[in-house]
Design a protein. Structure first.
Length: 100
């Protein structure tokens, strides 16, 4: 598995709007992407820092949707909320567990 971690610095007063965008627009589209496994969205409400983590079957699946423009389209949904340009990193995921 592979994780793409995107860090956003957004306007603090736009927290609810950012969460709505992620939950109602980004997640439904992500679920349609080949190789997508899941996602999480972390919010530091006091710092205006937001972290999106998407999990993919492998690095090739994550990179493939970047090449199609899908990833940039999702980033652009936050353009009016941004303080600085988002940063992203990729990580191998050797262990992933959820206690349901």
């Amino acid at each position: 598995m592979y994780a793409r971690v995107t860090t956003f610095h957004l306007k603090i007063d736009k927290r609810k709007e950012a969460i709505d965008i992620y939950e109602n627009s980004i997640l439904p589209e992500a679920k349609q992407q080949k190789g997508f496994i899941g996602a999480s969205f972390f919010v530091n409400k006091n710092a205006g820092k937001f972290i999106s983590t998407t999990i993919w079957e492998n690095m090739e699946a994550a990179v493939a949707n970047q090449r199609t423009g899908y990833y940039q389209k999702q980033i652009d949904k936050f353009i009016d909320l941004q303080v600085v340009v988002p940063e992203f990193e990729g990580f191998d995921v050797p262990v992933l567990d959820f206690n349901n």
